[in-house]
Design a protein around this ligand. Structure first.
Ligand code: WAQ
Ligand code: MG
Length: 640
């Protein structure tokens, strides 16, 4: 491919022989037309007046002669008076090893009305410009990205100065450049060199002063004046990496993001993203390697069950992919309603409502259900989506100790809420795998007319004899007001749901913002979840196998001296220290096992753990192997 030609554009406008405006660009051929028009526009409509003479010169440059220079690093020194500014400039010049700094700065303050700069020998203080009145002009330079920044990017003091200063700093024999703007309203000037970078000084003159000028300070010992001038006037330079000016006190967006990432890394809280090449199954493809997966919530291995996949496929063909609307407009299909009826049947409630995610359900239901005057009682280990729901509700939130029913009862009685509210808890806690004492929660709530809400994300398809969840587990005949759950775990699909009375469903349908303002899930997902639900009902041996696996795994770990407890499919292996947990997870992975290290903010600081999640289809052989490798990795980790 032929390289694109590069052009120099120069515009100069005059009125009555007086200079009004000027600008220059270095551009690829394709940008020449646009910029030529923009420069003319600027010439004709400049604040200094209407020109009677405009010179627009367009010249092709020898591409191999164009120098690309990295912009000098920029910093700003805030000063409160011109005297102080002048002092800073003098000091910086002295620090650069220049003997007569004060004299030179004084000379800068005495120049004005020149078109170009004074070229001064730093050692002899001899002026080297052929024309003292005009001075030497640095020219043939531009911001390398100016073509992308667009022809309309406005002429700005800083943007032009950083380009000029970068070119000048790279001149042979150049020591430093000093500059004060001749714009009466612009008090910021600078001192620049390759050594100092581009140092802006915010006040070098009083506002309103027409004073302004430049000094290029050089050493003829290092390069003869002719060579310096030739470079300044004739060497084409493109300056790369010109950063927009960060004004003092303006929010630092990049710093905000990078600072957060840095602090995560320092706290061993930075997460690697694992990219799988296969479905989440007991064995997965990870980085081209077969790996044992002990972290999927697809507990019953239904996500890739052929009946589930076929049902979803059929619906996909019939209904297409996206639903195209929220449930309140055009997003309800027969499959959405059918699934809701089946879910209600599964949980023995009147009706159900499907949400896009479990997170959306929790974060939307709580504010809908709890009035601002009410009180929310929330277990201290509840899932983040519940915490966010509490935050979104304007009501007061009272945290009770984890599964501590005395603490809950005492708090409820002390506060004795009369304006409504609710008790909310995970059914199975997502990081510990233990079960909330449902009957006690219902008792306490009853006394004060509080709503009750249980999150069955990790209990549906897992606990209770046939996987029906927490009510089955406790043989509890009463119903919490909200039995929330997810389609995305044991049901192998995607989404959240609520099982409740028909009135409650209607209430949430009209009040829950996360429900109202989301495009509904695809019909194919509904069909897949329906098929999965049917399998859970017709094959309860899956739930039994899962429970058997948990028992077996815990016993295997115990053989290696690792004590764990769990009432569900989640088996936490406590470590504590974040770095140790992270390092243990890495060791496991290098040995072909994925178990994530769960750290803050998912759990409290200092309570990091490996969190294993089991599937009904893990073999005992796989689990025994995992227990052995875990013990090995933990022993190594303890040594570090
Ligand atoms: N080559 C040499 N000297 C020049 C050139 C040039 N291309 N252009 C201007 N000068 C001399 C001339 O004597 C002017 O009077 C003097 O410099 C000042 O020029 O980061 O606006 O264009 O915010 O007024 C500094 C920005 C702005 C500081 C400087 O200079 C910042 C500025 P001006
Ligand atoms: Mg000016």
């Amino acid at each position: 491919m032929a390289e694109e030609s590069i052009y120099s554009l120069k515009m100069r406008a005059e009125a009555n022989g007086r200079h009004i405006s000027g600008a220059e660009k270095i551009l690829p051929e394709t940008a020449v037309g646009d910029f030529a028009r923009a420069l003319l526009e600027r010439a004709m409509h400049h604040a200094n007046g209407r020109p009677d003479f405009v010179n627009l010169k367009i010249e092709k440059l020898p591409a191999d002669k164009v120098l690309d220079l990295e912009a000098l690093p920029v910093r700003t020194v805030e000063v409160s008076s011109p005297g102080q500014g002048r002092g800073v400039m003098t000091k910086l010049l002295e620090d650069s090893g220049v003997a007569n700094a004060a004299v030179i700065v004084d000379m800068l303050y005495r120049t004005s009305g020149m078109r170009g700069a004074i070229l001064l020998d730093a050692d002899t203080l001899e002026r080297l410009e052929p024309d003292h009145q005009r001075g030497v002009r640095a020219t043939l330079m531009d911001d390398a990205e100016s073509a992308c920044k667009g022809a309309n990017s406005c002429k700005e003091h800083y943007a032009e100065a950083i380009v000029l200063a970068t070119k000048v700093a790279h001149a042979p024999g150049m020591t430093a450049e000093l500059c004060i703007s001749d714009d009466p309203d612009y008090t910021t000037g600078y001192i620049a060199s390759r050594k100092l970078g581009y140092v802006r000084i915010t006040r070098l003159k009083s506002p309103g002063s027409p004073q302004g000028g430049r000094i290029f300070l050089c050493r003829t010992k290092e390069a003869p004046a002719e060579r310096i001038i030739d470079y300044l006037e004739r060497a084409p330079v493109r300056v790369t990496g010109v950063q927009p000016l960060r004004r003092e006190g303006v929010f630092d967006k990049t710093g905000f993001v990078n600072g957060a990432l840095e602090s995560l890394k320092r706290g061993n809280l930075f997460r690697d993203e694992l990219i799988f090449d296969s479905a989440a199954a007991p064995c997965v493809e990870l980085g081209g390697r077969g790996t044992l997966l002990l972290s999927s919530n697809d507990y019953l291995d239904l996500a890739r069950d052929e009946r589930v996949v076929r049902a979803a496929k059929d619906a996909l063909e019939k209904f297409g992919l996206g639903s195209g609307g929220s449930r309140l407009t055009t997003g309800s299909t027969v499959l959405h309603r059918e699934l809701e009826h089946e879910l209600a049947g599964f949980k023995e409630t009147e009706d159900a409502l499907v949400f896009n995610t479990g997170f959306a359900a929790n974060s939307g239901i709580i504010p809908a259900l709890c009035p601002p005057e009410g009180v929310i009682f929330s277990d201290e280990l509840n899932h983040a989506s519940i915490i966010d729901g509490c935050r979104a509700a304007k009501a007061r939130t009272v945290i009770y100790r984890h599964c501590d029913m005395h603490d809950l009862a005492e708090k409820v009685r002390t506060i004795a809420p009369r304006q409504g509210g609710l008790i909310v808890s995970d059914a199975v806690f997502s990081m510990d795998g233990d079960i909330a004492p449902l009957p006690d929660i219902l008792d306490t709530a009853q006394e004060f007319g509080l709503f009750t809400m249980l999150d069955e994300a990790h209990s549906t398809g897992v606990i209770g004899k046939t996987g029906h969840g927490i009510r089955e587990h406790f043989s509890e005949s009463r119903h919490p007001d909200i039995l929330m759950g997810t389609l995305s775990k044991a049901l192998g699909a995607e989404g959240g749901f609520v099982c409740c009375t028909a009135e409650m469903r209607r209430f949430l349908y009209h009040r829950c913002r996360s429900f109202i303002f989301s495009t509904s899930l695809p019909a194919a997902v509904m069909a897949g979840a329906l098929a999965a639900l049917e399998i859970i009902e017709s094959e309860p041996e899956r739930v039994r196998a899962l429970r058997g696996n948990v028992k077996f795994f815990i016993a295997e770990l115990a053989k290696h001296g690792i004590q764990c407890v769990s009432d569900s499919a989640i088996v936490p292996i406590h470590i504590g220290d974040e770095e140790k947990a992270a390092s243990a997870a890495v060791r496991l992975r290098t040995r072909g096992i994925v178990i994530p290290a769960i750290r803050y903010p998912t759990v409290k600081r200092g309570e990091a753990r490996l969190r294993a999640a089991l599937m009904a289809t893990h073999t005992h052989e796989q689990l025994a192997f995992a227990a052995r490798i875990i013990s090995q990795s933990l022993r190594e980790t303890k040594k570090i």
